[in-house]
Design a protein around this ligand. Sequence first.
Ligand SMILES: [Zn+2]
Length: 216
Amino acid sequence: MLARLALAFAVALPSLLAAPALAAPDGGSYGLDDISRAVAPRGKLVCPDVPLTTYRGDVVRYQTPARVYTGFVERLRRFEAVVAEVGTRIYGRAPRKIRHLGTYNCRRIGRYPDLVSEHGVGNGIDIAGFEFGPLARDAALPDGLPKALRRGFSVSVLKDWDPDPAAQAHKARFLRALTDALVARDDIFRVLLGPAYPGHKNHFHFDCAPYRLVVL
Ligand SMILES: [Zn+2]
């Protein structure tokens, strides 16, 4: 399975072969590691039967509820804790909401129709951005930030990963600090894709597939 997936991504991304983007996952085993992702390339898709739950976020809330594999909830909770920590470091508070574009969705991987997407087992999330509320009256804004950031604002992967105008560079700093912190952890996500990966200009795709792939 791992070799088949590695081959699929290697064919898709020859330019990445220079970098060791694929490796066996670490951080221990995971509940879906032994579930086959192989499916018939055509016809009605039947996704593996996994327990799903609707999760709204414990540390930071999601703007819309997330339908996910039950074992993915703990990963999301750790993700939210990192979001809160990085938000507090860069902006003096955690965001009020995390905006996502989708979680469970029974579908094949676009370019690899004989493999089910991690979304097809409720094991992935597409993160589009973050909504920050106003800073508490008695809280201090970190040094160097425009005073206007005491009010609420949003950070978007689409608009802020490569910031324009440069005055919003703090938003890119937040997004990079977040992805750096997530990549450094081996107990949250194994696959982290962002704007550098085809089809991901407007979101980060994070999942816990049985292989490691980081392209941000
Ligand atoms: Zn995705």
